[in-house]
Design a protein around this ligand. Structure first.
Ligand code: SF4
Length: 351
């Protein structure tokens, strides 16, 4: 069995798989058949792909592999039906993935991880607590989506959010390749507008993304209206301060003509007061954007608490009165530690 990651079919975009088959002297339509088995039928074993000839079924495992992670644990939320998967990758590293069905609106969303650990150490997030280990390959991200699709009981996945463990823009080449595969009619066929990239604000990569011509949704973690407040919860603010980030976001909106969503986790006594709400209103005034307010999700290592319901509503009202489109998002999967900032990973070796 071929085992190197370059031979993992899930590391190849559909076009790359077709090129690989050509290189191996196998007819191109056979690649379409393999893609259909994987992405439509959920079959990850060449020997079970019954419309391939027997000699081909025997040959493929000698030159290619389909590497699916091992499901180490699965937790289903009692409250909202979200399911969190703990997955063990081929080298033993673990990551988490969350499947979030919303049957009333026929929406099936998957939240995927892009790195093992994270180097950005945001003060409200468990994902980077053990440090950064490595970037995931496309195949390791795609496998998360496939396993979530298998949980959906044949319901088509509608939305993908890159909001799991890691900073997606810090794994830029694999992120773009993954988006192409998610888009491809030969794979998931999920439109770019249904794909959300969430970033802590890596300015040079936001600039690069604005040149890609992708119609993806961009979600930027803000969490503070000035350098003092934001810097206290997001160390990345030292490299990319608030003014630089907002200027870059404005350029992104101008170039792509797409709105940006700012995520703002409300932490009592840190960033959730009336003063911060008014400053935030001034900062974003006139910009094509929306704010998602997320009351803080408890994590045992951190002392933070969420503001009261009344304080959240008051914060929202100040923004709305200032003309900023604002929603309050109560995270899904809190009871299974699958909500924003609660996902974790364990890596093998620290870099
Ligand atoms: S919020 Fe995102 S960027 Fe910040 S530590 Fe968590 S995973 Fe990393």
């Amino acid at each position: 069995m071929a085992s190197e990651s370059s031979n993992n079919v899930l590391n190849l975009t559909p076009d790359q798989l077709k090129a690989k088959f050509k290189e191996l002297g196998i007819e191109a339509y056979r690649a379409d058949q393999v893609l259909d088995w994987i992405y439509e039928k959920g079959v990850y074993d060449f020997s079970k792909m019954t419309n391939l000839s027997l000699p081909l079924r025997e040959k493929l495992p000698t030159v290619l592999s389909i590497q699916m992670p091992e499901q180490v644990a699965r937790h289903k939320s009692d409250g909202d039906q979200s399911t969190k998967l703990l997955l063990k990758l081929a080298n033993g590293d673990t990551v988490e993935t969350v499947y979030m069905p919303m049957p009333k609106v026929d929406r099936q969303t998957v939240c995927v991880s892009t790195q093992v650990g994270c180097k950005f150490h945001c003060a409200f997030c468990a994902s980077g607590q053990n440090g950064f280990f490595r970037n995931l390959k496309m195949g390791e991200i795609i496998a998360q989506v496939l396993l979530a699709r298998d949980l959906s009981k044949n319901k088509k996945l509608t939305n993908i959010v890159f909001m799991g463990i890691g900073e997606p823009l810090d794994n830029y080449p694999e992120l773009l390749k993954t988006i192409r595969t998610l888009n491809s009619k030969n794979a998931f066929g999920i439109g770019a507008r249904k794909i959300t990239i969430s970033t802590c604000g890596v300015v040079p990569k936001i600039e690069a993304l604005s040149d890609e011509g992708l119609q993806v949704e961009l979600s930027v973690s803000l969490h503070g209206p000035n350098d003092t407040v934001r810097g206290a919860v997001m160390p990345v603010n030292q490299a990319y301060p608030v003014r630089m980030l907002i200027d870059t976001c404005k350029k992104y909106v101008k170039k792509t003509k797409r709105s940006i969503t700012f995520e703002y986790i409300l932490i009592k006594g840190v960033n959730a007061g009336e003063r911060e709400a008014r400053e935030l209103t001034r900062l974003l005034k006139g910009m094509l954007c929306k704010i998602n307010l997320i009351p803080y999700n408890p994590i045992e290592e951190f002392p933070h608490v969420a503001p009261s319901y009344e304080e959240v509503v008051n914060f929202q009202q100040i923004l709305q009165e200032g003309g900023i489109r604002t929603t309050v998002r109560f995270s899904k999967g809190q009871d299974i530690q699958a909500a924003c900032g609660q996902l974790r990973s364990i890596g093998l070796k620290k870099k």
